[in-house]
Write a protein that binds this ligand. Structure first.
Ligand SMILES: *Cc1c(COP(=O)(O)O)cnc(C)c1O
Length: 390
Protein backbone atom coordinates (compact mmCIF):
# COMPACT_ATOMS: atom_id res chain seq x y z
CA UNK A 1 0.00 0.00 0.00
CA UNK A 2 1.24 3.46 -0.86
CA UNK A 3 -0.70 5.03 1.98
CA UNK A 4 -1.01 3.73 5.54
CA UNK A 5 -4.42 5.34 6.04
CA UNK A 6 -7.23 3.65 4.17
CA UNK A 7 -10.81 2.47 4.24
CA UNK A 8 -11.46 -1.24 4.10
CA UNK A 9 -14.75 -2.06 2.36
CA UNK A 10 -15.88 -5.64 2.88
CA UNK A 11 -17.96 -6.57 -0.17
CA UNK A 12 -19.06 -9.87 1.39
CA UNK A 13 -20.66 -7.95 4.22
CA UNK A 14 -22.34 -5.61 1.78
CA UNK A 15 -23.67 -8.63 -0.15
CA UNK A 16 -24.83 -10.17 3.10
CA UNK A 17 -26.64 -7.02 4.19
CA UNK A 18 -28.52 -6.89 0.88
CA UNK A 19 -29.45 -10.56 1.25
CA UNK A 20 -30.70 -9.96 4.80
CA UNK A 21 -32.89 -7.13 3.54
CA UNK A 22 -34.21 -9.29 0.70
CA UNK A 23 -34.97 -12.11 3.14
CA UNK A 24 -36.85 -9.73 5.38
CA UNK A 25 -39.02 -8.10 2.72
CA UNK A 26 -39.65 -11.17 0.56
CA UNK A 27 -39.48 -11.51 -3.21
CA UNK A 28 -42.31 -9.16 -4.16
CA UNK A 29 -40.99 -5.81 -2.96
CA UNK A 30 -38.36 -4.14 -5.14
CA UNK A 31 -35.16 -2.79 -3.60
CA UNK A 32 -34.08 0.62 -4.90
CA UNK A 33 -30.62 0.60 -3.37
CA UNK A 34 -29.61 4.11 -2.40
CA UNK A 35 -26.03 4.65 -3.57
CA UNK A 36 -25.95 8.45 -3.47
CA UNK A 37 -22.96 10.25 -1.98
CA UNK A 38 -20.61 7.65 -3.48
CA UNK A 39 -22.62 4.88 -1.82
CA UNK A 40 -22.35 6.63 1.55
CA UNK A 41 -18.59 6.79 1.11
CA UNK A 42 -18.20 3.11 0.17
CA UNK A 43 -17.60 3.82 -3.54
CA UNK A 44 -20.72 3.64 -5.68
CA UNK A 45 -19.24 2.08 -8.81
CA UNK A 46 -17.87 -0.95 -7.01
CA UNK A 47 -20.71 -1.33 -4.55
CA UNK A 48 -23.47 -1.02 -7.15
CA UNK A 49 -22.47 -4.28 -8.78
CA UNK A 50 -22.32 -6.21 -5.51
CA UNK A 51 -25.69 -4.83 -4.50
CA UNK A 52 -27.35 -5.64 -7.83
CA UNK A 53 -25.90 -9.15 -7.87
CA UNK A 54 -27.25 -9.89 -4.40
CA UNK A 55 -30.82 -8.69 -4.55
CA UNK A 56 -30.95 -5.04 -5.62
CA UNK A 57 -33.44 -4.14 -8.35
CA UNK A 58 -32.81 -0.44 -8.91
CA UNK A 59 -30.08 2.05 -8.06
CA UNK A 60 -31.15 5.34 -6.52
CA UNK A 61 -29.02 8.49 -6.44
CA UNK A 62 -29.56 12.15 -5.62
CA UNK A 63 -28.06 13.91 -8.62
CA UNK A 64 -27.67 13.67 -12.38
CA UNK A 65 -23.88 13.45 -12.12
CA UNK A 66 -24.12 10.51 -9.72
CA UNK A 67 -26.44 8.81 -12.18
CA UNK A 68 -24.08 9.49 -15.10
CA UNK A 69 -21.13 8.09 -13.17
CA UNK A 70 -22.99 4.81 -12.70
CA UNK A 71 -24.42 4.77 -16.21
CA UNK A 72 -20.88 5.05 -17.59
CA UNK A 73 -20.00 1.72 -15.99
CA UNK A 74 -23.37 -0.05 -16.03
CA UNK A 75 -25.40 0.41 -19.21
CA UNK A 76 -27.97 -2.12 -18.00
CA UNK A 77 -28.97 -1.22 -14.43
CA UNK A 78 -32.08 0.90 -13.85
CA UNK A 79 -31.11 4.18 -12.15
CA UNK A 80 -33.45 6.61 -10.40
CA UNK A 81 -32.54 10.22 -9.66
CA UNK A 82 -34.50 11.01 -6.48
CA UNK A 83 -33.60 14.71 -6.55
CA UNK A 84 -34.08 17.71 -8.81
CA UNK A 85 -32.66 17.99 -12.32
CA UNK A 86 -33.00 21.33 -14.10
CA UNK A 87 -35.09 21.40 -17.27
CA UNK A 88 -32.03 22.26 -19.35
CA UNK A 89 -30.30 19.06 -18.15
CA UNK A 90 -33.23 16.71 -18.65
CA UNK A 91 -31.86 15.85 -22.09
CA UNK A 92 -28.96 13.98 -20.43
CA UNK A 93 -31.43 12.08 -18.30
CA UNK A 94 -33.35 10.86 -21.33
CA UNK A 95 -30.33 10.15 -23.51
CA UNK A 96 -28.86 8.00 -20.77
CA UNK A 97 -32.02 6.03 -19.96
CA UNK A 98 -32.18 7.38 -16.45
CA UNK A 99 -35.42 7.50 -14.45
CA UNK A 100 -36.18 10.98 -13.13
CA UNK A 101 -38.10 12.18 -10.10
CA UNK A 102 -40.53 14.94 -11.11
CA UNK A 103 -42.75 17.22 -9.05
CA UNK A 104 -44.29 19.69 -11.46
CA UNK A 105 -46.04 19.66 -14.81
CA UNK A 106 -43.37 21.64 -16.63
CA UNK A 107 -40.81 18.90 -16.00
CA UNK A 108 -43.25 16.32 -17.32
CA UNK A 109 -43.92 18.34 -20.47
CA UNK A 110 -40.22 18.83 -21.11
CA UNK A 111 -39.50 15.11 -20.71
CA UNK A 112 -42.43 14.25 -22.94
CA UNK A 113 -41.06 16.63 -25.58
CA UNK A 114 -37.61 15.04 -25.33
CA UNK A 115 -39.18 11.61 -25.53
CA UNK A 116 -40.88 12.54 -28.79
CA UNK A 117 -37.73 14.14 -30.19
CA UNK A 118 -35.46 11.20 -29.31
CA UNK A 119 -37.99 8.49 -30.07
CA UNK A 120 -38.03 7.28 -26.47
CA UNK A 121 -40.35 7.05 -23.51
CA UNK A 122 -38.51 8.44 -20.50
CA UNK A 123 -39.47 6.94 -17.15
CA UNK A 124 -40.44 9.13 -14.24
CA UNK A 125 -41.31 8.66 -10.60
CA UNK A 126 -43.74 11.29 -9.38
CA UNK A 127 -42.74 12.79 -6.06
CA UNK A 128 -45.68 13.48 -3.79
CA UNK A 129 -45.12 15.66 -0.72
CA UNK A 130 -46.91 14.22 2.28
CA UNK A 131 -45.32 16.53 4.82
CA UNK A 132 -41.55 16.62 4.55
CA UNK A 133 -41.74 19.83 2.47
CA UNK A 134 -38.58 19.21 0.54
CA UNK A 135 -39.71 18.25 -2.98
CA UNK A 136 -43.02 16.99 -4.25
CA UNK A 137 -46.46 17.85 -5.52
CA UNK A 138 -48.32 19.37 -2.59
CA UNK A 139 -50.88 17.02 -1.07
CA UNK A 140 -54.15 18.30 -2.60
CA UNK A 141 -56.79 17.53 -5.23
CA UNK A 142 -55.29 19.97 -7.70
CA UNK A 143 -52.05 17.95 -7.66
CA UNK A 144 -53.99 14.76 -8.29
CA UNK A 145 -55.59 16.41 -11.33
CA UNK A 146 -52.17 17.53 -12.61
CA UNK A 147 -50.74 14.04 -12.16
CA UNK A 148 -53.68 12.61 -14.11
CA UNK A 149 -52.75 14.88 -17.04
CA UNK A 150 -49.08 13.88 -16.74
CA UNK A 151 -49.99 10.19 -16.77
CA UNK A 152 -51.71 10.69 -20.16
CA UNK A 153 -48.64 12.17 -21.88
CA UNK A 154 -47.81 9.85 -24.79
CA UNK A 155 -44.01 10.01 -24.62
CA UNK A 156 -43.64 9.55 -20.90
CA UNK A 157 -43.87 6.48 -18.67
CA UNK A 158 -45.10 7.15 -15.15
CA UNK A 159 -43.37 4.16 -13.65
CA UNK A 160 -43.56 5.24 -10.04
CA UNK A 161 -45.02 7.52 -7.41
CA UNK A 162 -43.31 8.12 -4.11
CA UNK A 163 -43.00 10.14 -0.95
CA UNK A 164 -40.56 10.40 1.93
CA UNK A 165 -41.06 10.07 5.67
CA UNK A 166 -39.93 12.81 8.02
CA UNK A 167 -39.91 10.08 10.72
CA UNK A 168 -41.29 12.64 13.16
CA UNK A 169 -43.31 10.15 15.20
CA UNK A 170 -45.48 7.08 14.82
CA UNK A 171 -48.72 8.97 14.37
CA UNK A 172 -47.25 11.30 11.75
CA UNK A 173 -45.69 8.33 9.89
CA UNK A 174 -49.16 6.82 9.60
CA UNK A 175 -50.66 10.13 8.47
CA UNK A 176 -48.01 10.55 5.76
CA UNK A 177 -48.51 6.98 4.57
CA UNK A 178 -52.27 7.37 4.28
CA UNK A 179 -51.89 10.71 2.51
CA UNK A 180 -49.87 8.97 -0.20
CA UNK A 181 -52.25 6.02 -0.30
CA UNK A 182 -55.27 8.29 -0.65
CA UNK A 183 -53.74 10.17 -3.58
CA UNK A 184 -52.67 6.91 -5.26
CA UNK A 185 -56.18 5.51 -4.83
CA UNK A 186 -57.72 8.53 -6.54
CA UNK A 187 -55.22 8.21 -9.37
CA UNK A 188 -55.84 4.49 -9.75
CA UNK A 189 -59.57 5.08 -9.88
CA UNK A 190 -58.88 7.46 -12.75
CA UNK A 191 -56.94 4.73 -14.56
CA UNK A 192 -53.39 5.77 -13.66
CA UNK A 193 -51.33 2.80 -12.56
CA UNK A 194 -47.86 2.88 -11.13
CA UNK A 195 -45.56 -0.12 -11.13
CA UNK A 196 -43.69 1.18 -8.12
CA UNK A 197 -45.33 3.00 -5.23
CA UNK A 198 -42.79 3.71 -2.50
CA UNK A 199 -42.23 5.66 0.69
CA UNK A 200 -39.88 3.63 2.92
CA UNK A 201 -36.26 4.48 3.62
CA UNK A 202 -34.15 2.12 5.76
CA UNK A 203 -35.81 2.82 9.07
CA UNK A 204 -39.37 2.69 7.78
CA UNK A 205 -38.69 -0.46 5.74
CA UNK A 206 -37.71 -2.33 8.90
CA UNK A 207 -40.03 -0.73 11.44
CA UNK A 208 -43.17 -0.55 9.26
CA UNK A 209 -43.47 -3.71 7.13
CA UNK A 210 -47.03 -2.62 6.28
CA UNK A 211 -45.72 0.52 4.53
CA UNK A 212 -43.39 -1.19 2.04
CA UNK A 213 -45.79 -1.05 -0.93
CA UNK A 214 -43.99 -2.11 -4.18
CA UNK A 215 -40.53 -0.78 -3.45
CA UNK A 216 -38.27 0.32 -0.61
CA UNK A 217 -35.36 2.75 -0.79
CA UNK A 218 -32.79 1.52 1.73
CA UNK A 219 -29.52 3.41 2.12
CA UNK A 220 -28.07 3.17 5.62
CA UNK A 221 -28.96 -0.50 6.20
CA UNK A 222 -27.11 -1.59 3.06
CA UNK A 223 -24.00 -0.35 4.80
CA UNK A 224 -24.87 -1.94 8.13
CA UNK A 225 -26.06 1.20 9.89
CA UNK A 226 -28.91 0.49 12.30
CA UNK A 227 -31.23 3.25 13.40
CA UNK A 228 -34.60 1.51 13.54
CA UNK A 229 -36.41 1.38 16.83
CA UNK A 230 -39.03 -1.36 16.77
CA UNK A 231 -37.43 -4.26 14.92
CA UNK A 232 -33.95 -5.61 14.36
CA UNK A 233 -32.05 -6.90 11.35
CA UNK A 234 -28.86 -8.95 11.23
CA UNK A 235 -26.62 -6.55 9.31
CA UNK A 236 -23.04 -5.46 9.80
CA UNK A 237 -20.92 -2.39 9.23
CA UNK A 238 -19.12 -2.72 5.89
CA UNK A 239 -16.29 -0.22 6.45
CA UNK A 240 -13.26 -0.29 8.69
CA UNK A 241 -11.15 2.87 8.78
CA UNK A 242 -7.56 2.09 9.66
CA UNK A 243 -4.06 3.48 9.69
CA UNK A 244 -0.63 2.72 11.13
CA UNK A 245 1.44 4.36 13.81
CA UNK A 246 3.96 6.76 12.24
CA UNK A 247 5.94 7.76 15.31
CA UNK A 248 6.13 7.05 19.06
CA UNK A 249 7.52 9.58 21.54
CA UNK A 250 7.68 10.24 25.28
CA UNK A 251 6.78 13.68 26.58
CA UNK A 252 6.96 15.27 30.02
CA UNK A 253 4.18 16.41 32.31
CA UNK A 254 3.25 19.98 31.36
CA UNK A 255 4.43 19.69 27.74
CA UNK A 256 2.09 21.14 25.15
CA UNK A 257 0.77 19.10 22.24
CA UNK A 258 -0.31 20.36 18.80
CA UNK A 259 -1.56 23.83 17.81
CA UNK A 260 -1.66 26.50 20.51
CA UNK A 261 -0.46 23.85 22.97
CA UNK A 262 -4.17 23.63 23.67
CA UNK A 263 -3.51 20.24 25.23
CA UNK A 264 -1.03 20.15 28.12
CA UNK A 265 0.24 16.76 29.26
CA UNK A 266 -1.24 16.08 32.73
CA UNK A 267 1.56 13.55 33.42
CA UNK A 268 4.57 12.06 31.72
CA UNK A 269 3.11 10.43 28.63
CA UNK A 270 3.81 8.32 25.60
CA UNK A 271 2.23 9.56 22.39
CA UNK A 272 1.72 7.89 19.04
CA UNK A 273 1.40 10.10 15.98
CA UNK A 274 -0.92 8.73 13.31
CA UNK A 275 -1.13 9.94 9.70
CA UNK A 276 -4.83 10.78 9.79
CA UNK A 277 -6.26 14.26 9.88
CA UNK A 278 -9.47 16.05 9.14
CA UNK A 279 -8.54 16.05 5.44
CA UNK A 280 -9.11 12.29 5.58
CA UNK A 281 -12.62 12.77 6.92
CA UNK A 282 -11.85 12.19 10.58
CA UNK A 283 -13.76 15.06 12.20
CA UNK A 284 -11.76 17.89 13.72
CA UNK A 285 -14.12 17.99 16.66
CA UNK A 286 -12.90 14.57 17.74
CA UNK A 287 -10.61 16.80 19.80
CA UNK A 288 -10.98 15.72 23.45
CA UNK A 289 -13.50 12.98 22.61
CA UNK A 290 -11.96 10.83 19.89
CA UNK A 291 -10.63 7.35 20.61
CA UNK A 292 -8.80 4.88 18.42
CA UNK A 293 -7.95 1.23 18.98
CA UNK A 294 -4.39 -0.09 19.12
CA UNK A 295 -3.60 -3.69 20.19
CA UNK A 296 -7.28 -4.02 21.10
CA UNK A 297 -7.10 -1.12 23.58
CA UNK A 298 -8.51 2.37 23.36
CA UNK A 299 -6.22 5.38 22.99
CA UNK A 300 -7.54 8.95 23.35
CA UNK A 301 -6.91 11.62 20.76
CA UNK A 302 -4.87 14.37 22.41
CA UNK A 303 -4.28 17.86 21.12
CA UNK A 304 -6.09 19.65 18.33
CA UNK A 305 -6.41 17.51 15.20
CA UNK A 306 -4.28 18.63 12.30
CA UNK A 307 -5.24 18.43 8.65
CA UNK A 308 -3.07 15.37 8.04
CA UNK A 309 -2.07 13.95 11.40
CA UNK A 310 -3.06 13.63 15.01
CA UNK A 311 -1.65 12.33 18.26
CA UNK A 312 -3.07 9.66 20.55
CA UNK A 313 -2.21 8.74 24.13
CA UNK A 314 -0.61 5.28 24.29
CA UNK A 315 0.90 5.64 27.77
CA UNK A 316 -1.10 2.68 29.07
CA UNK A 317 -0.79 0.46 26.02
CA UNK A 318 2.40 -1.59 26.16
CA UNK A 319 4.83 -1.90 23.27
CA UNK A 320 3.24 0.38 20.72
CA UNK A 321 5.59 0.67 17.77
CA UNK A 322 5.86 2.42 14.46
CA UNK A 323 3.81 0.47 11.90
CA UNK A 324 1.28 -0.98 14.37
CA UNK A 325 -2.31 -1.02 13.16
CA UNK A 326 -4.64 1.71 14.45
CA UNK A 327 -8.41 1.37 14.02
CA UNK A 328 -10.31 4.64 13.75
CA UNK A 329 -13.71 3.08 13.02
CA UNK A 330 -14.35 -0.64 13.20
CA UNK A 331 -16.30 -3.38 14.89
CA UNK A 332 -17.34 -3.76 18.50
CA UNK A 333 -15.77 -7.23 18.40
CA UNK A 334 -12.31 -5.67 18.04
CA UNK A 335 -13.05 -3.03 20.71
CA UNK A 336 -13.12 -0.40 17.96
CA UNK A 337 -15.22 2.73 17.78
CA UNK A 338 -18.24 2.00 15.58
CA UNK A 339 -19.80 4.67 13.37
CA UNK A 340 -22.62 4.85 15.88
CA UNK A 341 -20.23 5.56 18.76
CA UNK A 342 -18.15 7.98 16.70
CA UNK A 343 -21.26 9.92 15.68
CA UNK A 344 -22.28 10.29 19.32
CA UNK A 345 -18.80 11.43 20.29
CA UNK A 346 -18.61 14.25 17.80
CA UNK A 347 -22.24 15.27 17.67
CA UNK A 348 -23.28 14.20 14.19
CA UNK A 349 -24.92 11.16 12.59
CA UNK A 350 -23.43 8.00 11.09
CA UNK A 351 -24.27 8.99 7.53
CA UNK A 352 -22.38 12.25 7.79
CA UNK A 353 -19.27 10.45 9.04
CA UNK A 354 -19.52 8.06 6.08
CA UNK A 355 -19.83 10.96 3.65
CA UNK A 356 -16.75 12.70 4.98
CA UNK A 357 -14.12 10.42 3.52
CA UNK A 358 -12.05 12.17 0.88
CA UNK A 359 -10.19 11.32 -2.32
CA UNK A 360 -6.91 11.13 -0.45
CA UNK A 361 -8.02 8.11 1.51
CA UNK A 362 -7.77 4.98 -0.64
CA UNK A 363 -10.32 2.20 -0.47
CA UNK A 364 -9.33 -1.43 -0.20
CA UNK A 365 -12.14 -3.74 -1.27
CA UNK A 366 -12.20 -7.16 0.35
CA UNK A 367 -13.73 -10.36 -0.96
CA UNK A 368 -13.33 -13.60 0.93
CA UNK A 369 -11.38 -11.61 3.53
CA UNK A 370 -8.68 -10.71 0.99
CA UNK A 371 -7.94 -7.48 -0.88
CA UNK A 372 -9.59 -7.73 -4.26
CA UNK A 373 -9.33 -4.20 -5.55
CA UNK A 374 -7.70 -0.98 -4.42
CA UNK A 375 -9.05 2.41 -5.39
CA UNK A 376 -6.77 5.37 -5.01
CA UNK A 377 -8.13 8.28 -7.03
CA UNK A 378 -4.86 10.20 -6.60
CA UNK A 379 -2.72 7.74 -8.51
CA UNK A 380 -2.46 7.19 -12.25
CA UNK A 381 -4.66 4.26 -13.28
CA UNK A 382 -3.29 0.91 -12.29
CA UNK A 383 -0.35 2.12 -10.20
CA UNK A 384 -1.76 1.16 -6.81
CA UNK A 385 -2.77 -2.29 -8.01
CA UNK A 386 0.77 -2.93 -9.24
CA UNK A 387 2.21 -1.91 -5.90
CA UNK A 388 -0.02 -4.42 -4.15
CA UNK A 389 0.56 -7.24 -6.58
CA UNK A 390 -3.16 -7.49 -7.29
C1 LIG B 1 -31.21 9.24 1.12
C2 LIG B 1 -32.59 8.82 0.82
C3 LIG B 1 -33.05 7.54 1.16
C4 LIG B 1 -32.22 6.56 1.97
O1 LIG B 1 -32.23 6.92 3.31
P1 LIG B 1 -31.64 5.94 4.45
O2 LIG B 1 -32.12 6.55 5.70
O3 LIG B 1 -30.16 5.97 4.32
O4 LIG B 1 -32.19 4.60 4.19
C5 LIG B 1 -34.31 7.18 0.76
N1 LIG B 1 -35.09 8.03 0.08
C6 LIG B 1 -34.69 9.27 -0.25
C7 LIG B 1 -35.62 10.15 -1.02
C8 LIG B 1 -33.44 9.71 0.10
O5 LIG B 1 -33.06 10.96 -0.20
Amino acid sequence: MLRDTYIEVDLDRLADNVEQIRKRIGPDVAIAAVVKADAYGHGSKTCAQTIMEHGGDYLAVATLTEALELRGTYPQYPILIMGYTSNENLRYVVENHITQCIFNEEQALRLNELGQELGMKPKVHIKYDTGFHRLGFPDCDESVETIKRIAKLPFLECEGIFSHFALANDEENHRQFYALQTAVKKLEEAGCHFRYRHICDSIAAIDYPEFRLDMIRPGAILYGMKSFRKNDLDIHQVIRFVTKVAYVQDIKKGDGVSYNYKYKAPRDMRLATIPVGYADGYPRNMYEVGEVTIHGQRAKVVGVLCMDQCMVDVTDIPDVREGDEVILYGDESENAVTFAEAALKCGTNKNELLCRFTRRTPKVYLKGGKPFKILNPLLPDGMEEKECGL
